[in-house]
Design a protein around this ligand. Structure first.
Ligand SMILES: Nc1ncnc2c1ncn2[C@@H]1O[C@H](COP(=O)(O)OP(=O)(O)OP(=O)(O)O)[C@@H](O)[C@H]1O
Length: 208
């Protein structure tokens, strides 16, 4: 379970997150919706431990981020401006990442690529990928180690219709596995129907 306690973030003199209190329950899909600049990415960054709150806490399974741990121990994430390693192919990108935690086998890496609709044996360097192919690889990167928490910022960005269906299928499969999924989107149509809970954000606040 992820508990957000009176979370605020001030950048320069502006609060971009304002006193957010919320509990994300295990094994559910949450959609954060809201206009550009409403704070969705910032909230995902706070949940991932990528920004330190100005006030309040993020508590994961009873442990406070930045006090008891630096980052959530089991997390997969797509965040804005993610950088893949452009000079390598898709498999090598995930293979290099897999050496950090040593959770995923080579077979599991190829399976993750297959799940997002990429050819697991394609030797093309990622720098030659289309935007949609890069986004598919981002999704594979977020799920291939079967994390407990999956945070996805605009997961269907640049993805075609067929790809969106794959993303939908993957989210449902990951939920079935027990993962807690929180995604942010400013488009309601493609993923909202999968959400157990849809939450609206506006001006740094959750509208509940
Ligand atoms: N590095 C930064 N420095 C200063 N302000 C920032 C920074 N990053 C974001 N902000 C501000 O924080 C607010 C929330 O931004 P955030 O990126 O979380 O919005 P969002 O809801 O994800 O928008 P989008 O749908 O465009 O991705 C915005 O007002 C933005 O200008």
């Amino acid at each position: 379970m992820i508990e957000v306690r009176h979370l605020s973030k001030k950048i320069k003199s502006t609060y971009v997150l304002k006193d957010i209190c919320y509990q994300f329950e295990e094994g559910k899909i949450y959609g954060l919706f809201g206009k550009n600049g409403s704070g969705k990415t910032m909230l995902l960054r706070a949940l991932a431990g990528l920004i330190v709150p100005t006030e309040g806490d993020v508590v994961i399974d009873g442990k406070v981020l930045h006090r008891d741990m630096s980052f959530p121990p089991s997390i997969g994430i797509i965040i804005e401006n993610m950088e893949l390693l452009p000079q390598y192919d898709a498999y090598t990108n995930l293979y290099i990442l897999s050496k950090v935690k040593k959770i995923a086998s080579e077979g599991e890496i190829r399976k993750a690529l297959h799940r997002v609709g990429l050819d697991p044996f394609l030797k093309t360097k990622v720098k030659k990928y289309s935007l949609g192919m890069k986004q598919r690889l981002n999704i594979a990167q977020a799920i291939f180690e079967r994390p407990d928490i999956i945070l996805l910022d605009e997961p269907t960005n640049a993805i075609d219709e067929e790809g969106v269906e794959l993303v939908q299928q993957i989210l449902l499969e990951e939920k079935k596995r027990g993962a807690t999924i929180i995604f942010a989107s400013h488009i309601k149509e493609d993923l909202q129907h999968l959400c157990d809970v849809s939450v609206k954000m506006s001006e740094g606040k959750l509208l509940l």
